[in-house]
Write a protein that binds this ligand. Structure first.
Ligand code: ATP
Ligand code: MG
Length: 654
C-alpha cells in the first residue's frame, strides 16, 4: 500500500466544472504581479482601488496593494448582503451538547455591527489590540469580524491554552480588551474559561482594561466591577448600524502566535489587503467552492491559522455556507463528525491527518454508517498525510471519487501555498505536489541551489506572496533572523522536502526531525508512513536517538489499531509486533531505516493543534528527563508513556 504509485486524476465531470483550470498556471507565470492584481480585484471589494501591486523595496517586509483601502468585515459580510444574498446561511453552528443555530449573512451583519459598536463603547479604537479567548461558537467569528470592522487587530488565543500562555500573549500584543466566555463544552461537560482570564489579567502591569464575557455555559462566574462586562449586556444596548473603518491595505488585521512546536511563541503579523486576496483566492480555487450550492466545513479551531484563513476570512469572503462545530469528533460518540456531514450535506471538508488517523484507528464501520455521498472535495493540512491515511480518506470518506487536496502552508504564509488544484492535478497519495499559480516554491541544497528531480533538501519560497507575514510583532530582527538568514533572499520555512521524478514536492517534516543514521539522511515522516502502512498500526512517531556507533538510531513509538490491541497486551505479543514491524520497515524503505527499537504506547504526545512533539519522545528514547511539556494537549500523556514502558519488552534500555 505504501508503494501506491497510482495518480488519481479528477473525473472528466469534475474537471469540466472546476473553478480553477490549467491555464491559470500559465497566466500566473506569464505575469505574476498582474496575476495577483487580477485576483485582488476579483476576490476583494476595494473602497479605494490600489494602483501599485507590490513594493518590495523594504524586503523582507512586503507591501501589497499599498495605496488601496478596504475593510475586511465589509468584504466578509456586508457586500454579500448588498448583493442580495442576505438570506444565505453563513454559519450552521453545531454546539457540542447538540444545540444549533443558523446564522444568515444578514444576521451576521447585524451581529458584527452591534459588536463593533459595543467594542467601541468600551474604548476600542482603530489600531488597539483585542485578545479573543473563546470556544468555537458563533460569537468567536462575530468578535473577530467586529475587530476587523474597527481596524483593531485581533489576537486569538486558543481556548485550550493555560492562563500563563494567555498572559504572555496579552502582554506581548499589548491588548486593551479580552473577549472570553464563562466556559465551553468539552466531552459533554461545561469547562470554565473565565478563571484563566482572571489569572492572566491580574498580573501586575497588565494592559487589559476590560474583559467581555459571553455567557455560553451558564456557569457561576465572578465579574470584576468596572472591568468585566457581559457580552449580551453590551450587545443589547448597541446599535445595529455601523460604518466600517476603511483601512490601508497594509493595516494590521491580526497577530497570531504560532503553536510552539519549536521554541518560544512568535507573534505572526498579518495585514489586510494581501491576506484577504490570497485566502479568498485559495479557498475558491483549492476547494472549488460554489457559494450557491456547496456546504463547507473546516474542523480547525479559530485559535489556529487554519481557523482564521479557512473558517473566517477565506470562506466568508467567498460568501460560503459553512458548518462550525464546538466539540470533539468523539463526543458523544465516534461517529459525530460523519453525522454532522450527513445532516448538513457537507460537500467540502477540510481536516488534519492526525484526525484522519484517529478515525482509522476507530475503524471504518463507524463512518460507513453515515451517508457521506454529498462530499466532493477533501482537504488535509497540518502535517504530511501518510499515503495509507490518504488512501483511507479517499476510499472511506470520499467514496473513491472526491479529489484530495493536501495543502502545505504555515501561520507565517497566511494562506495555502502548495496544493493540487482539484480539477486539474492528478493527485498522488502523500504529496502536496505543486506551488499554486502565483506562488514560487523550490527545494534547495545547503548552497541554496535548486535540487534536481529525485532529490531532497530545504523547502524555500523564492518570491514574495500577498498573504506573507509582515513580521514578528515588535521584533523585526527576529523576523529577519528566523526566516531570511539561512539562505540569502529566500524565505526558509523550516521544513525539509524532496522533489520526485515529475518535480512534485513531498514534505518530509521539519528539518530538525530529519535523522542521520550512519551517514544516511532519513526522514522521520517516511519511516512513520511505512509503519502506518502496516495493518496493525494506527499512528507512529519516529525519532533519532543518539547512538555511539551510527550517530543516530531510529526509535519508533507506535499506537496499535483497536482490533490489534489484544496482541499489544502481552509481552510475547509485543515482541512479535516489534519483529514484524522492523522487517516491514526494512522491506518498505530499506534495512538502514529499520528501527533500533519499537515501543508500543497507548498515546503520543501532541500539541493542542494535534502535532506530535518529537522532542519529548527523543528525551524518552535517550533516557533523559522529559523536557518542557506545557504546550501538550494532554500533559498526562508523557506519564502514561513512561509507566507503560516500564516493565515491557519495549522499554528503552540504558
Ligand atoms: P511552531 O512554528 O510554533 O513550531 P507549527 O509550525 O506547528 O508551530 P503552524 O504554522 O500551524 O505551526 O504549522 C505549519 C507547519 O505545519 C509547517 O511548517 C509544516 O511543518 C507543517 N505542515 C502544514 N501543512 C502541511 C502539509 N500539507 N504537509 C506537510 N507538512 C505540513
Ligand atoms: Mg512553524
Amino acid at each position: 500500500m505504501l508503494h501506491e504509485t497510482r495518480a488519481f486524476p479528477p473525473s472528466p465531470e469534475f474537471a469540466a466544472q472546476a473553478n480553477a483550470q490549467a491555464d491559470m498556471y500559465q497566466a500566473a507565470s506569464a505575469d505574476r504581479l498582474e496575476f495577483w492584481a487580477d485576483q485582488a480585484r476579483k476576490h476583494v471589494t476595494w473602497k479605494v482601488p490600489f494602483t501599485t501591486t507590490l513594493d518590495w523595496s523594504e524586503a523582507p517586509v512586503a507591501k501589497w496593494f499599498a495605496d488601496g483601502k478596504l475593510n475586511a468585515a465589509y468584504n466578509a459580510v456586508d457586500r454579500h448582503v448588498a448583493a442580495g444574498n442576505g438570506d444565505r446561511v453563513a454559519l450552521h453552528f453545531e454546539g457540542e451538547p447538540g444545540d444549533t443555530r443558523t446564522v444568515t449573512y444578514a444576521d451576521l451583519q447585524r451581529e458584527v455591527n452591534r459588536a463593533a459598536n459595543a467594542l467601541a463603547s468600551i474604548g476600542v479604537q482603530t489600531g488597539d489590540r483585542v485578545v479573543i479567548y473563546l470556544p468555537m461558537i458563533v460569537e468567536a467569528v462575530v468578535a473577530m469580524l467586529a475587530c476587523a470592522r474597527l481596524g483593531a487587530p485581533h489576537s486569538v488565543v486558543f481556548g485550550g491554552f493555560s492562563s500563563d500562555a494567555l498572559r504572555s500573549r496579552i502582554a506581548d500584543a499589548g491588548a486593551k480588551v479580552v473577549i472570553t466566555a464563562d466556559g465551553g463544552f468539552r466531552r459533554g461537560k461545561p469547562s470554565a474559561l473565565k478563571p484563566a482570564v482572571d489569572e492572566a489579567v491580574a498580573a501586575e502591569g497588565s494592559p487589559v482594561e476590560h474583559v467581555v464575557v459571553v455567557a455560553r455555559t451558564g456557569q457561576e462566574t465572578t465579574m470584576v466591577e468596572g472591568r468585566d462586562v457581559w457580552w449580551n449586556d453590551l450587545m443589547e444596548s448597541a446599535d445595529v448600524e455601523h460604518t466600517p473603518v476603511w483601512v490601508d491595505a497594509e493595516h494590521p488585521l491580526f497577530i497570531l502566535y504560532t503553536s510552539g512546536t519549536t521554541g518560544n511563541p512568535k507573534g505572526i503579523l498579518h495585514t489586510t489587503g494581501g491576506y484577504l486576496t490570497q485566502t479568498a483566492y485559495t479557498h475558491f480555487n483549492v476547494f472549488d467552492l460554489k457559494p450557491e450550492t456547496d456546504v463547507y466545513w473546516c474542523t480547525a479551531d479559530i485559535g489556529w491559522v487554519t481557523g482564521h484563513s479557512y473558517v473566517v476570512y477565506g470562506p466568508l469572503l467567498n460568501g460560503a455556507t459553512q458548518v462550525i462545530y464546538e466539540g470533539t469528533p468523539d463526543s458523544p460518540h465516534q461517529g459525530r463528525w460523519w453525522e454532522i456531514i450527513e445532516k448538513y450535506k457537507v460537500s467540502l471538508f477540510y481536516t488534519a491527518p492526525t484526525a484522519i488517523r484517529t478515525c482509522m484507528k476507530w475503524g471504518e464501520d463507524i463512518p460507513n454508517k453515515y451517508d457521506l455521498t454529498s462530499l466532493r472535495v477533501l482537504g488535509s493540512v497540518g502535517e504530511s498525510i501518510n499515503p495509507e491515511a490518504w488512501m483511507w480518506y479517499r476510499r472511506v470518506i470520499g467514496g473513491d471519487k472526491a479529489p484530495i487536496v493536501d495543502t502545505w502552508w504555515q501561520t507565517e504564509t497566511g494562506a495555502i501555498m502548495i496544493s493540487p488544484l482539484p480539477g486539474v492535478t492528478a493527485t498522488k497519495p502523500g504529496s502536496a505536489q505543486r506551488p499554486l499559480p502565483g506562488i514560487s516554491a523550490d527545494v534547495v541544497n545547503d548552497s541554496a541551489e535548486s535540487v534536481p528531480n529525485g532529490s531532497g533538501g530545504y523547502l524555500v519560497l523564492s518570491e514574495p506572496w500577498p498573504a506573507m507575514l509582515r513580521g514578528i510583532w515588535g521584533d523585526l530582527e527576529r523576523f529577519k533572523d528566523t526566516y531570511w538568514s539561512r539562505f540569502d533572499g529566500l524565505y526558509f520555512a523550516g521544513d525539509g522536502a524532496k522533489k520526485d521524478e515529475d518535480g512534485d514536492i513531498w514534505l518530509l517534516g521539519r528539518v530538525d526531525d530529519v535523522m542521520n543514521v550512519s551517514g544516511h539522511r532519513l526522514s522521520t515522516m517516511e519511516i512513520e508512513s511505512a509503519l502506518v502502512s502496516h495493518d496493525i498500526v494506527a499512528e507512529a512517531a519516529v525519532v533519532g536517538a543518539a547512538d555511539d556507533t551510527t550517530g543516530q538510531a531510529v526509535v519508533a513509538f507506535v499506537i496499535l489499531r483497536e482490533q490489534s490491541a489484544d496482541q499489544g497486551a502481552t509481552p510475547e505479543g509485543v515482541a512479535q509486533i516489534q519483529e514484524e514491524l522492523r522487517n516491514h520497515v526494512a522491506k518498505e524503505i530499506g534495512p538502514i531505516a529499520k528501527p533500533r527499537k519499537i515501543l508500543v504506547v497507548p498515546e503520543l504526545p501532541k500539541t493542542r493543534s494535534g502535532k506530535i512533539m518529537r522532542r519529548l519522545l527523543r528525551d524518552v528514547a535517550e533516557n533523559r528527563a522529559v523536557g518542557d511539556a506545557t504546550t501538550l494537549a494532554d500533559s498526562s500523556v508523557m506519564d502514561l508513556i513512561a509507566s507503560e514502558l516500564s516493565g515491557t519488552p519495549g522499554k528503552p534500555q540504558a
